[in-house]
Design a binder for this molecule. Structure first.
Ligand SMILES: [Mn+2]
Length: 196
């Protein structure tokens, strides 16, 4: 029921994805970037979202457009899958430990975009990937849902661990926020009566 397809084509990236919010964590991801594949695969697995995603991006420039545009397309898929937000929990948060790294991700499917990115990586790169692109990914995501997203890092010395904690934490927080509250399945969880 909450399985959606998004196609987004620009001069910089061509993206196709299907997302099932009520999936089992099955994924098939080909972004053209090994690190982003790794992040999206564990996002799908730990959120129990089924995700099929391909991206052909201008990776000869760098991974900036690829990361930002996948964030936008994934946000559009969440928006499409959630419809009028009826019945959802709306809020979710998770403290995700990844070895020495600890990151809190808190989400409100508020219908408004805010990103608090209080995350500092000790290196500029993970492999050939610029770590600053991860903030662009989540900004694109938060804008297109739209959602309020906080990432607050409490510990971490290894950039790979810190960023992995962000994606796993976001997966767990979003999984909680999109879950349908069966006791209140016909209610929109806002005193305004509207979330989109
Ligand atoms: Mn890893």
């Amino acid at each position: 029921m909450r399985e959606v397809r998004v196609e987004r084509n620009t001069a910089e990236t061509q993206i196709e994805l299907t997302l099932d919010l009520d999936g089992a964590g099955i994924y098939q991801v080909d972004t053209g970037c090994g690190f982003l594949n790794h992040m999206l695969e564990l996002f799908a697995r730990h959120g129990r979202f089924d995700l099929v995603l391909t991206c052909h991006g201008d990776v000869e420039v760098d991974y900036h457009h690829t990361a930002e545009d996948i964030g936008i397309a994934l946000g559009q898929a969440f928006r499409k899958g959630l419809g009028d937000m009826r019945g959802i929990q709306r809020y979710g948060s998770f403290y995700l430990p990844m070895d020495e790294a600890l990151v809190l991700c808190a989400v409100d499917l508020s219908g408004r975009c805010t990103l608090n990115w209080s995350v500092t990586c000790p290196t500029e790169k993970v492999g050939d990937f610029d770590v600053e692109c991860v903030k662009e990914f989540w900004l694109g995501f938060a804008r297109s849902v739209p959602a309020t997203l906080h990432f607050v890092q409490f510990a971490g010395e290894n950039s790979h661990h810190i960023l992995e904690a962000c994606y796993k934490g976001a997966a767990r927080a979003l999984a909680a926020a999109v879950r349908v509250d069966q006791a209140h399945r016909d209610e929109i969880p806002s005193t305004k009566g509207l979330l989109v």
